[in-house]
Design a protein around this ligand. Sequence first.
Ligand code: XMP
Length: 325
Amino acid sequence: DWNMPDYIAEAVESIRKQVGSDEVILGLSGGVDSSVAAALIHRAIGDQLTCVFVDHGLLRLDEGKMVMEMFAENLGVKVIHVDASAQFMGHLAGVTDPEAKRKIIGREFVEVFQVESAKLKNAKWLAQGTIYPDVIESAGKGKNAAHTIKSHHNVGGLPETLNLQLLEPLRELFKDEVRKLGVALGLPHSMVYRHPFPGPGLGVRILGEVKKEFADLLRRADAIFIEELRNTKDDADESWYDKTSQAFAVFLPVKSVGVMGDGRTYEYVVALRAVQTQDFMTAHWAHLPHELLGRVSNRIINEVRGINRVVYDISGKPPATIEWE
Ligand code: XMP
């Protein structure tokens, strides 16, 4: 166990020593790790840090706005906000295979990041929010490569192509330590304790071909689900959001018949997924209260025109995975 103010002071000192007066680039994703790394490095070297936030059009509702508010406005961090959604949608058009979609998103991400970082001519360092479990995991990658079920992308492979040195100030920390550090650095509790969000984003939660229209519907349905989960504080001040490890909506490009007012509808389906897990290798579906599920379903169908049916995923991992693709 470590003392937080001392830890921050030491980490700040060591980052300053390492980079001197050089400039540093960091890819901000809105996730916990890259956010805490950004806050820590900014504390150490201020304006020598530039963050690049790539919006691939597959982020959650208002994600870009939240990142810009938190970092650029509140903390005064230099953030370049790249709206690359048209580029990503263009490359994803017509592609339905899950692995092909993941590869395209990963490749375009590296592409956009490279173009943006090439504009920062003085940058010598690439900062990443690599944490201790990532270090262990990638050490075992060689041996287990044949067993890859889904190709995860986390901006790996960037340093080689960019010719930058790596700065990874969270390398020795476990997730819970990263979270404590984030809170101590002034990041909001709600962001530091967020559920994980995959790099390919809504790209793996829209089954089959990704379309902007689908992403827009899914974003709104997902935001309703998360809002309702957060609005269920019990006596211990714990909500169902806190009690689940990951929860999200999935867009099914399937139309079914419904009725609204006097009219027949023929619209898309949204599936809700909520799981409890320690390590994300195995997971149980969460036994959410029926009233909560009912409220979420009513709100999604009433508020998101284009969705007329909501279902709940009651599959464990294994045999199902947490994400649907
Ligand atoms: P699955 O669906 O394999 O997911 O049960 C296990 C955990 O991994 C997350 N996930 C990803 N995270 N890049 C990431 O950073 C990815 O490509 C990716 N794919 C899945 C998933 O959200 C869950 O937490």
